[in-house]
Design a protein around this ligand. Structure first.
Ligand code: ZN
Length: 90
């Protein structure tokens, strides 16, 4: 479990089993703003590009809950591509 301050709020990042995620086919999820101990869950076992995309995706939700799902996904995809192309690695 990791705690991160995002927009002056504590966000808990933790690894989760598939059955504990809100959407069964998702790699991750982020609780809505105002949730006490707001948590971002990342599927256990994710590595590399998939982990990076999941973290970016949920991080974008945490920063701005009002961005559409489609745009969040597009931003996460492109930011992941940028980071990987410039040498990011786990
Ligand atoms: Zn999302």
């Amino acid at each position: 479990m990791t705690k991160v301050i995002i927009r002056r709020h504590v966000c808990i990042i933790k690894r989760a089993r598939q059955r504990d995620l809100l959407l069964m086919d998702a790699d991750s999820d982020c609780e809505s703003p105002g949730t006490p101990n707001r948590t971002i869950q990342i599927l256990r076992g994710l590595r590399g590009k998939r982990l990076l995309r999941a973290l970016l995706h949920e991080g974008i939700h945490a920063v701005d809950w009002n961005i559409s799902e489609r745009k969040v996904d597009l931003l996460a995809q492109n930011l992941a591509r940028l980071l990987l192309a410039t040498g990011w690695h786990q």
